[in-house]
Design a protein around this ligand. Structure first.
Ligand SMILES: Cc1ncc(COP(=O)(O)O)c(C=O)c1O
Length: 427
């Protein structure tokens, strides 16, 4: 047992339970270095945060320089270069016509996005999706439907939230004709509007453009486009929660580009500053302009050091990291599909860019949570760090940094090969 593990008694138990029997001493590139001398290939990226790998030199340098200049002055009170420059940069990434409000965490950004939709439309209701994860504040907990553990003892949550089905086509209970998205995922909105909530009472439809915690589920493009049409028809704001998908994770700067559907409002966080805490609500200018003084705010948003790191992060993303992530993602998915052909326990391999999930099933197709946990744990014994996800905890997720090399992916694949051999030997 490492020293840090021994001292973990002072750390809040729910998280310590999931922690490893070692501490992390330092990290660099694609690797974590433990306090007991191990070097671990990190395909968790701090839960999709270190998109450029750990301690990317130009990002660290930009943060250092800003630390010496100014740590905080409060964006509620003053303008300063790094906040303004980053807002301009993000508006540029959106193709113009948007404005940005900066916060600290993903939940804060989702909270802000939903507040904005309610404020701008003066409507009460929100439609979110089963399988979603949007964060831990009371509103975000209310919007989350991937695990009842997140909601337990918090009931009496924010009202007027309705949950629709997210089109997870692998294992869908509905009939798929010619491989197409079943019609129920489209017609459900008519049912919701007829039986539950009038469409003109709905402020926003909130969706993850690729469901993260819910199992790395990529929705069909035509369905995402249909949701956009519904929003346009009834004056509903389309909010994309790009907290996990944003900043290069899915092979484009944002997943909305991959779907060819622009949101009215977007929340982003995680990879935005490659590890420094920062998040943003990005909204169409005419919507953001409805937010008057006092309607939203926060002491710590737009931290100058985080904004400096974010500007440097975007430089690297645009300078080739996204392109590398897209190419490496295609290669990785292709190789995982080869493994799938060999091992029927792998029911599905899916993903966009380097947001990749491998769903584990029993022979009858039911979720194989045990195998997922076994793979994650054996991989770690071979110094490969992986996470799981999915409402049934039966998806192995691969969140390699976008800067990952082919050799590092091959190392991960060779570990997976050993893990599957070991599991076959045990059977
Ligand atoms: C899609 C999505 N939204 C929101 C959040 C919440 O972000 P944070 O943990 O930074 O509050 C997460 C975190 O995993 C997420 O994946």
């Amino acid at each position: 047992m490492s020293d840090l593990y021994e001292r973990s008694a002072a750390v809040m138990p729910p998280f310590a339970l999931h922690k490893m029997p070692f501490g992390i001493d330092h990290a660099s590139g694609s690797y974590l270095y433990t306090d007991d001398g191990r070097k671990i290939l990190d395909f968790g990226s701090g839960i999709a945060v270190n998109n450029l790998g750990h301690n990317y030199p130009t990002v660290v340098k930009a943060a250092h320089e800003q630390l010496d200049k100014m740590v905080h002055c409060c964006h509620n009170l003053f303008h300063y270069e790094k906040e303004t420059a980053l807002a301009e940069r993000i508006v540029g990434l959106m193709g113009g016509g948007y404005k940005v409000y900066f916060s600290n965490s993903g939940a804060e950004a989702v909270e802000g996005a939903v507040k904005l939709a309610k404020y701008a439309t003066e409507r009460p209701a929100i439609i979110a999706f089963k399988g979603s994860f949007h964060g831990r504040t009371m509103m975000c907990t209310s919007l989350t439907a991937s695990n009842s553990a997140y909601r337990k003892h918090y009931e009496g949550l924010v009202p007027s939230i309705y949950f629709a089905e997210y089109p997870k086509l692998f294992g869908t209970p509905y009939k798929m004709e010619d491989g197409k998205c079943p019609k129920q995922y489209f017609t459900q909105f008519d049912d919701i509007f007829k039986r539950l909530v009038d469409p003109y009472s709905v402020a926003a439809i909130l969706m993850e453009p690729v469901q993260g915690e819910g199992g790395y589920v990529v929705p069909p493009r035509e369905w995402v486009q249909y949701v956009r049409e519904i929003c346009d028809k009834y004056g509903i704001m389309l909010i994309f929660d790009e907290v996990q998908t944003g900043f290069g994770r899915t092979g484009n700067m944002f997943a909305w580009q991959t779907h060819g559907v622009k949101p009215d409002i977007m929340s982003c966080a995680k990879g935005i500053a490659n590890g420094l805490p920062l998040s943003a609500v990005v909204g169409k200018a005419e919507i953001m302009d409805k937010w008057t003084a006092g309607a939203h705010g926060g002491t710590f948003g737009a931290n100058p050091v985080s904004c400096a790191a974010a500007l440097a992060t975007i430089d690297v993303l645009e300078g080739g990291a996204i392109e590398n992530g897209r190419r490496m993602g295609e290669y990785f998915i292709g190789e995982l599909k080869k493994l799938q052909a060999k091992y029927p326990v792998i029911g599905d391999v899916r993903g966009l860019g380097l947001m990749i999930g491998m769903e584990m099933v029993y022979p009858d197709g039911s979720p194989n949570r045990e195998m997922t946990a076994r793979i994650v744990s054996l991989a770690l014994e071979h110094d490969l760090y992986l996470l799981s996800c999915g409402c049934d905890k039966n998806v192995v997720r691969f969140i390699a940094p976008l800067t990952v090399s082919k050799e590092e992916i091959d190392t991960a694949l060779s570990v997976l090969g050993k893990v599957f051999d070991q599991i076959a030997d045990e059977a």
